[in-house]
Design a protein around this ligand. Structure first.
Ligand SMILES: NC(=O)c1ccc[n+]([C@@H]2O[C@H](COP(=O)([O-])OP(=O)(O)OC[C@H]3O[C@@H](n4cnc5c(N)ncnc54)[C@H](O)[C@@H]3O)[C@@H](O)[C@H]2O)c1
Ligand SMILES: O=C(O)C(=O)C[C@@H](O)[C@H](O)[C@H](O)COP(=O)(O)O
Ligand SMILES: [Zn+2]
Length: 367
């Protein structure tokens, strides 16, 4: 296990480890097998990942003595839905999963969020293990226990906090990831740096797109995971500081909710949302225009969008986007909560954004 990095999410008796690096799955061995007392592993994945990785993953799990029972669902956000949830819960019940058993989520954020939520509600809670196969899932969605589905009201509007027992972020699984997905995942690494790690952002700026597939990737993944783990350990249920992890998401989720499904990637919406959070902070005088410009320049340098016009959908309406923000889960007392920044690496929570000013700002951004 010498080349495998280990990050612990310190949640007391629900603490778990995130293993990062090439070969992490085969290195996991006994600590993985311990979660399958019946010797079988129900594994939920999507069709793309199944075609690319299921045989190899099944072979690795077989070598550890586990019999894999795959559940294969359609790829994409459409599966992160009530229908997708019913499909996965029924699949677990068909196989008579017991509470002592874990289910494996092998895939991107969609599979992780959906399977985690299914695990949370099936028989009032079974265990689950994340084997993330997108960069986004490795750096962000597999860690922290936010699970859920989208509803017509918006992103992740039904869900639960249900922590995995183990996360295995094996770099070998990323070999088949299309560049667009890789960049989308990188947006959440940038987000982490912008929230509270200015030196990491400087490193990312220096490394440029090289960090996306170079030897630096494991370090960057582990840094983003460690950053998230610290915040989750402090505020698991987002009563305070965890809301910072939503930098770029108040804007980003509004774009996702107002676009047709699967036209823009979550990471792309977060990239634009993060650039807007900095631009809006600069507009309010909270943050220097230089920092906002550096954020947008870095996102563009790695091939990510930094303004609404650079997204793969163009039919935006400022009033509709602000109305989505009014529904955001972070809001309190009928006011929009925004995650803004005083500088790169210094995000803060504004629990009462000025809606009229925000609307005017969005109008200028869309014009
Ligand atoms: N729970 C959280 O904390 C959290 C954090 C961030 C994002 N999310 C959620 O995660 C979702 C986005 O996740 P995502 O970006 O991973 O999208 P995704 O799960 O839809 O995966 C993107 C695409 O890549 C394919 N794919 C997955 N692994 C692959 C591989 N190794 N090789 C080739 N193709 C592969 C998938 O089949 C899919 O087509 C959103 O729903 C978002 O809301 C949740
Ligand atoms: O883990 C968190 O907390 C996050 O906010 C991470 C986000 O990257 C992620 O997209 C999350 O699913 C958003 O959560 P939501 O509560 O805004 O739905
Ligand atoms: Zn996100």
């Amino acid at each position: 296990m010498s080349d495998i990095l280990r990050v612990t999410v310190g949640l007391g008796d629900r603490a778990y480890d995130v293993l990062v690096g090439a070969g992490a799955l085969s290195a996991a061995g006994p600590e993985l097998v311990a979660h399958f007392p019946r010797g079988r592993a129900i594994l939920v994945t999507d069709r793309h990942v199944a075609d690319l990785h299921l045989d190899a993953v099944t072979a690795q799990l077989s070598r550890l003595g586990l019999r894999v029972e795959p559940v294969i669902i359609a790829p994409g956000e459409t599966s992160k839905s009530w229908a997708g949830l019913e499909q996965v819960v029924d699949a677990l019940l068909d196989r008579n999963i017991e509470r002592s058993e874990a289910v494996i989520a092998l895939g991107g954020g969609v599979i992780g969020d959906l399977t985690g939520f299914a695990a949370a509600v099936t028989k009032r809670g079974v265990n689950f293990i994340q084997i993330p196969t997108t960069l986004l899932a490795q750096v962000d969605s597999s860690v922290g226990g936010k699970t859920g589905i989208n509803t017509t009201h918006g992103k992740n509007f039904a869900g639960s906090f249900h922590q995995p027992k183990l996360v295995i972020a094996d770099r070998d699984l990323l070999a088949t990831l299309p560049d667009r997905e890789r960049r989308a995942g990188y947006a959440e690494i940038v987000k982490a740096a912008l929230i509270g790690d200015a030196p990491l952002f400087a490193q990312l700026e220096a490394a440029g797109a090289g960090v996306l597939d170079g030897a630096d990737l494991d370090q960057a993944v582990a840094a983003a995971v460690a950053f998230k783990a610290r915040i989750v350990a402090e505020d698991e249920r987002e009563t305070g500081v965890r809301a910072l992890l939503n930098l770029g998401h108040t804007f980003g989720h509004a774009f996702e909710a107002d676009a047709p499904k699967d036209v823009i990637r979550h990471g792309e919406a977060v990239a634009v949302g993060t650039a807007l959070a900095f631009a809006y902070s600069a507009h309010r005088g909270d943050c220097s225009a230089d920092h906002a410009a550096r954020v947008a320049a870095h996102l563009r340098a790695v091939g990510l969008p930094a303004s609404p016009a650079e997204l793969a959908h163009s039919d935006w309406n400022a009033a509709s986007l602000v109305s989505r923000m009014r529904d955001d889960k972070k809001n309190r007392d009928g006011r929009i909560t925004l995650i803004l920044a005083r500088a790169i690496g210094a995000a803060f929570i504004d629990p009462a954004a000025d809606e009229a000013d925000l609307l005017a700002f969005m109008e200028t951004q869309l014009s």
